[in-house]
Design a protein around this ligand. Sequence first.
Ligand code: HEM
Length: 457
Amino acid sequence: MQKNNPGRSGGIERIGRITKNFFLHIHASKVHPFSLKPTYTFGLGIILGMLFIIMVFTGVVLMVYYTPSVDRAYESVKDIIYIVPGGRVIRNLHRWASYGMVIVTFLHLIRVFYTGSYLGGRSRNWVIGVVMFIVVLLMSFSGYLLPWDQLSYWAITIGSNIAASSRELTDLLGITNQFDIGGITKKLLIGGEMVGQPALSRFFAMHVIFLPLTLLILIGVHFWRIRKDGGLSRPLQYAESKHADDNKWYSWPVMMWLELAVFFSLLAVLLLLALFADAPLLEKANPAFPENPAKSPWYFLGIQEMVSYSAFAGGMAVPLLYVAFLFSVPYIDREHDLTGLWFSGRKGLKIALHSALFAFLVIVLQLFVMIRFGWLRDWFPGISQWWVLLFNPASVTAYCFIGFAQVIKRMTGSTRMTAIALFTLSLIGLILFTAVGILFRGPNWEFFWSPARWPTV
Ligand code: HEM
């Protein structure tokens, strides 16, 4: 890559290139070498942008043949798979890219957090990122219903019941008749009490217009902010100095070649997947025959697992607390000098490892007790639901995590170390609850070591 300091005429020539060059409207013309370290970003942000482009292209093709009506949706998807030339591969590409987007968005969020990249004036971009994370989840969720098969129908039914989970609290307070916030949320989401045509129309509109447009705008602002924030974060020793520009490299054309290489590698991987692994399609949706187990989309199975302990604690309180924590991180932790370094150094890594171990023990121990010996309702059948709401494995896990983070705060006096502890605890919690929901829950949401042990119904 060419270093800075062209002659005066070289500089003018380059300015000319920048104005004509689309690439240089996205990237800054110069980049700090630290930002190119593959082990710093792993290229995750760029991969996300590319996945979004692939989603839009394949989505537009699918939209040509898809009909968003309960009578025709399933058949139109079957047509796409079996009649439209290349339709099966396009549908598979769209599905695997959407799962990829959920996973890579989460990985990108993790990398940005652990490198302290929300610090040093990047708080706004972090907040935009959290909104994008939610939009990516909603985009995937809204697309899930469109095939209108048994899998999608019951997954969205479960998802919409989770949206209504604050009914547990309003029931306990005896105010559901006057203020049914859970019911209102569910109705807003699916347009009624049950998933039907209003839900399909809403999900289709959200999936093909509202959410992609929102995401496109947010991506634009996100990229613009990266440039405004002075490029990617980096450790203090590389921070801007008077001669900062002299240490930077021109991004054109080497970065373009690198990004093209990433794009074609990504496309190759997705194509291989799409050729050899088909996106699922069960029988046409039948509201009279629930799937057992009926599972929400896999990325919400951690929430569904917690909802099985207490609807309000697992479906509302804990997820909202998690999102509030994500939004507030850059405003609670302001130790700007700890930016640009994985885990902010060895101490942060040690705290992350201890937090991971603590989270693992807290959750596995509770799951063991619950599966082996039951929980409050099994021990005291007449117990008030308030006790279950306040003390179930999801809320007890949250209390333990907050307590552990308090201890770290007292011991280190550092907001960054406390944030690392809380982030790691909730990360392990999310992974473990999701894994249990995906791998170990069978008919009637009972625990099984493997689907091979499910009773035949
Ligand atoms: C569709 C979703 C997203 C796209 C397309 C995207 C794209 C990008 C790109 C291309 C970069 C620069 C390269 C890199 O860091 O890998 C970046 C950086 C960044 N992203 Fe994202 N991002 C997305 C979601 C998120 C999320 C969920 C968060 C966090 C909650 C986030 C926060 C940030 C921050 C703070 C930076 C600056 C990092 C630094 O200065 O080191 N982004 N993003």
